[in-house]
Design a protein around this ligand. Structure first.
Ligand SMILES: [Zn+2]
Length: 325
């Protein structure tokens, strides 16, 4: 485990289910890098709500088994499942949460249709076997997961826009749509009685975030939204459990990167050169630094760079060849 400044010392960053409050659990997967996502469980009485599933069926099954052992009364049937967004490491295991209402923002539900596991299975078995920077990168990012077993993603059965209030037994659970930011339909999950927020991938703790969609201003606003909820306990999409310091660090990253990218854009530097030129400074210790390539590319589009359709393969290739200046 790498040294953690932003993780809460009372919760070890160890794979598995951690009770973080009464009827409140976080499932965490070190090291939080590509595909190693976190999830959550909220229970009251005999009712339950799961926040996100994992990248493949085996990982999700192990997580659901741990949840059933911890909360047998509430998990005879999982009542509700919230997908925080459409990336597979947060929804590919949906089919295993049988009988649950599956809830997501309308935008996330739509995006899920276009991100099937078969694409990643093809990427991992094709590119991932090549002896090149790109091949090694794809193998590291997507090689550990059994995408060929996932099949079709089980899609949400209930969608919403902006805000949705749920009940789990007598507990209130509030969903806020804060995307588009990381993806098109990001949602955060607030459990007010525990002052807890499950952020999905609006928060990477001590890991570099990746702005697939943007705009970055929405992501910064999402950080402010989380802080305004005055949470004491924050479960990020990736990385150790944190508190408001984790959110402040994410916000600081985007303030800093927006400034650095803008200066290079104004100086006429192209996006990839800019990404390779920016010294990482205080963020140098974060994992997955290569994501700066995607983030600067997204910022450049926001700055008005000639509209190019972001080409995932080109971005993967550029990330695979990245090394910090
Ligand atoms: Zn994720």
């Amino acid at each position: 485990m790498r040294f953690s400044k932003l993780g809460l010392p009372r919760f070890r960053f160890e794979k598995g289910l951690h009770e973080i409050g009464a009827g409140l659990h976080a499932y965490v997967q070190p090291d939080g890098s590509w595909g190693w996502s976190n999830a959550g469980l909220v229970v009251d009485g005999d009712e339950s709500l799961v926040v996100d599933t994992l990248f493949d069926l085996r990982l999700t099954q192990a997580m659901l088994d741990a949840m059933r052992r911890a909360e047998p009364r509430a998990t005879g049937r999982f009542g509700q499942l919230v997908n925080t967004h459409a990336n597979g490491d947060h929804c590919f295991g949906n089919a295993l949460v049988e009988g649950a209402e599956i809830i997501a923002s309308s935008a996330a539900a739509e995006e899920m249709k276009h991100l099937p596991a078969a694409v990643l299975a093809g990427l991992a078995s094709g590119l991932g076997s090549e002896d090149s920077d790109l091949g090694r990168f794809v193998k590291r990012a997507f090689g550990p997961f059994a995408f060929d077993e996932v099949g079709e993603t089980k899609l949400p059965t209930r969608t919403f826009e902006q805000r949705l209030s749920l009940r789990v037994g007598d507990r209130a659970v509030e969903l806020y749509e804060v995307g588009p930011a990381h993806t098109r339909g990001d949602v955060i999950v607030h459990v007010p009685d525990a002052a807890c927020v499950f952020t999905g991938d609006i928060l990477f703790v001590e890991g570099t975030p990746i702005v697939w969609e943007g705009p970055v201003a929405n992501w910064i606003a999402a950080c402010d939204r989380i802080l305004a909820l005055a949470p004491e306990l924050i479960v990020p999409g990736h990385g150790p459990i944190t508190d408001r310091r984790g959110v402040e660090a994410m916000r600081a990253y985007f303030d800093w990167l927006s400034r650095e990218a803008r200066a290079r854009f104004d100086a006429g530097m192209d996006a990839l050169s800019a990404a390779r030129d920016i010294p990482l400074g205080e963020f140098a210790g974060w994992s997955d630094p290569e994501r700066i390539v995607v983030n600067v590319d997204t910022l450049y589009r926001e700055f008005g760079a000639p509209a190019t359709t972001p080409d995932t393969l080109r971005l993967l290739e550029a990330m695979s060849g990245y090394s910090p200046p």
